[in-house]
Write a protein of this length. Sequence first.
Length: 378
Amino acid sequence: MSINPQIYSVSEITAYIKHFFERDTRLQAVQIKGEVSNLKYHSSGHVYFSIKDAGAQLSCVMFRTYAQAAPRMQEGDKVVLFGSMTVYPPRGNYQLMVRAVKKETGKGDLYQQFLALKEKLSKEGLFDPKHKRAIPAFPSRISVLTSPSSAAIKDIIRTIKRRYDLVELLIIPTIVQGAEGTKSIIHSLQLASETGADTIILGRGGGSIEDLWNFNEEAVARAIAASPIPIITGIGHETDFTIADFVADVRASTPTAAAERSVPDKHTIIQALNEYENQLRRGLQYFIDFKRQVLDDYNYRLEQAVLKSIRDKRHDLALLATRLKGMNIKDRLKEGYTLVLKNGKIQQNSSEIKVGDEIEAIFTDGRLAAKVESIRDL
């Protein structure tokens, strides 16, 4: 049996298990039935309790936002809970984060519809990762689909302008709750596809499952899947999951998180550009220094070559001077040689002289002027 050599801290292994739980989409939208026990309504508005059956017990927490919309429970109530599984690190136990409560008598309600549609679309492949498109790293235009009077739109605009104010924002007013919401969302998605945007943000603030129900409609899911532009959803709070989230290219936990995901951080970009500039400067300086070294080497070689050439020429000149010294004219005349000049130039061959030319003969003791009467070959 192989043994994993890595040693984890308690925090590390708990964080890993929590991450594992929250990545499983099946655990992020579950419906569980059982009997309520250990019920406590906290002064903060949060509700802490357990749900159990004959064989097991599960810890549950329902935060104030959802508790306000849920029916008040009592010990021993038979209920159907809708929520997501997670891990609570301080105690190291897994728990159900409840988003809605229904008495056991409630059959065929919204939660059951949610799960049925989720299963149907999942089987069709609408949630398949292979269909997810990458979000552009440097968008030039983003279409934002949400209520123009909501806090969500303010958070989105503020976040994008702070992070990357080079992008153009196109706000498409959209009804995100109520009877007209589904039609409005689909219409806004169609409009957004014609804007030339790089990215679409579809978002709204938190609420009960009824408030978010437009994002669980099949028509909305199919409109998202048909969009030619990548879509980021930021719907509700971190623990809220809708059908739209599963179909979208990227699901962000909140509208603010969706805005952060849609654009880069200009400060990070500037920092990276400064580092690239420094790297380029260092590279250019290295190149210049290297070429200077090569030039110095060539210069050194050239100086050696020039000096050698000068020395060689001086040596040749010295040899020539020695030879010339040995060819002193007076010494040659004393040896019996005679120089013949015509027009002041030494004549080396008889062919250079013609009959009638005036010539001058130089002897060791004087000069003789003459006119050529005849020329004979040797």
